[in-house]
Design a protein around this ligand. Structure first.
Ligand SMILES: NC(=O)c1ccc[n+]([C@@H]2O[C@H](COP(=O)([O-])OP(=O)(O)OC[C@H]3O[C@@H](n4cnc5c(N)ncnc54)[C@H](OP(=O)(O)O)[C@@H]3O)[C@@H](O)[C@H]2O)c1
Length: 350
């Protein structure tokens, strides 16, 4: 049993910069509050946002801090005010401000989801950031329906993989997606109708679908944001979720990249939106969770149902020992992953 002030093995970001700023070391765990649960962590999910945080794109997160936005494990203690979670439950935790890459976590119960019986730790760890993000893009904002088309950038990544499956669940859809050429067979098997390369994808897409597509999930921002808007059909919806183009090397993010990004995305003109009959939207899953936790809980319940019905199935790219967090993060930065990258936490007392 742990007490406040005790230290647990954690992935600590010691400053903004390259991989040398990541240290696996003991770090204090906070006291269990009335609304919290304590979890013995089994698996953590690696996300692109970990790269942003390490490189200093999210200035509101100041190092030193413990990295990690999602984990899964067994509840070992619950606060006095927690009613819906009990000791022994298997839970999935999501917290966009991080702090979850550690072998034990204390986290608000409102940031936890009790796993349905029979769901593996590995599959569940792939759900929060990837599948919830894809869910809101495809369903809530995208309103994907049978007969429609979607373009998913980075369709072989965690969010892209999930978005493909959720789009397929609408039935009779056409899916375009960009990724590295060596991943094209894998994404086709996952349901992408037309895998595309990043070079010249817009011309290729228009060859197949001259009117464009109904929905776009854009995680590049930059100049692609302008190009992508031109690929929308009238009444089409584009959802911006990230800025992969900001990750150009392994070091701190550069102010030039930031300015380029700002410049290329600053003009969303109301007049153009009206004239083009288009919807430009954004999604920030973490902030949505802070403001509307019930919306997130009900989306996750729906994802659990889709999983039980066999309509979604995370693809696990690889599972790394906790100490190999740098190698795991490199896979995303170096564009090598297909689907989800995980860290396995092994401790003697679990
Ligand atoms: N707004 C939100 O709430 C929210 C929540 C979760 C994730 N996201 C965003 O969704 C995107 C996907 O996140 P993820 O965690 O699922 O990551 P991921 O897609 O699994 O990993 C990154 C993949 O993106 C592709 N990529 C494209 N351009 C890249 C670049 N410049 N540098 C590195 N990789 C690049 C690479 O594959 P290919 O080159 O082969 O395509 C790479 O394998 C990210 O932009 C992330 O910030 C947003």
């Amino acid at each position: 049993m742990m007490s406040a002030g005790e230290e647990v093995r954690s992935v600590v970001l010691t400053g903004y910069g390259g991989y040398e700023c990541l240290k696996v070391k003991p770090w204090p765990i906070q006291a269990l509050g009335a609304g919290d649960v304590r979890v013995a962590v089994a698996i953590c999910g690696v996300n692109f946002s970990d790269l942003y945080t390490r490189q200093g794109m999210l200035r509101e997160l100041q190092p030193p801090l413990v990295l990690g936005t999602e984990c899964v494990g067994e509840v070992t203690a619950v606060g006095a005010a927690v009613a819906h979670i009990k000791v022994g439950d298997h839970v999935l935790c999501y917290k966009f401000t991080g702090g979850l890459y550690r072998d034990h976590v204390v986290v608000a119960a409102s940031h936890c989801f009790v796993l349905p019986p029979g769901m593996s730790y590995e599959d569940s760890a792939a759900l929060p950031a990837n599948y919830l993000t894809a869910y809101f893009c495809v369903h809530d904002i995208g309103h994907m329906r049978a007969g429609q088309s979607i373009f998913i950038s980075s369709c072989a990544g965690g969010v892209g993989w999930a978005a493909t499956q959720l789009a397929c669940s609408a039935g009779d859809v056409t899916i375009f997606g960009t990724c590295s050429p060596e991943k094209h067979d894998a994404v086709r098997e996952n349901g992408v109708t037309h895998p595309l390369t990043y070079d010249g994808y817009e011309q290729e897409l228009l060859k197949h679908s001259p009117d464009g597509v109904d929905i776009i999930i854009d995680n590049m921002a930059s100049s692609a944001f302008t190009i992508n808007q031109r690929l929308l059909k009238p009444l089409g919806r584009i959802v911006v979720i990230g800025a992969n183009s900001m990750v150009t090397d392994s070091q701190k993010f550069g102010w030039w990249s930031f300015l380029r990004l700002w410049w290329s995305t600053k003009n969303v003109s109301a007049r153009d939106l009206i004239m083009q009959n288009r919807v430009v939207a954004g999604l920030h899953l973490g902030l949505l969770m802070e403001r509307q936790p019930n919306t997130i809980q009900s989306a996750m319940s729906h994802l659990f149902q889709l999983y039980e019905q066999g309509k979604i199935k995370p693809h696990i790219d690889s599972i790394w020992p906790f100490d190999k967090v740098v190698e795991a993060m490199r896979l995303l930065a170096e564009r090598k992953n297909v689907g989800k990258v995980l860290l396995r936490v092994e401790t003697a007392d679990k």
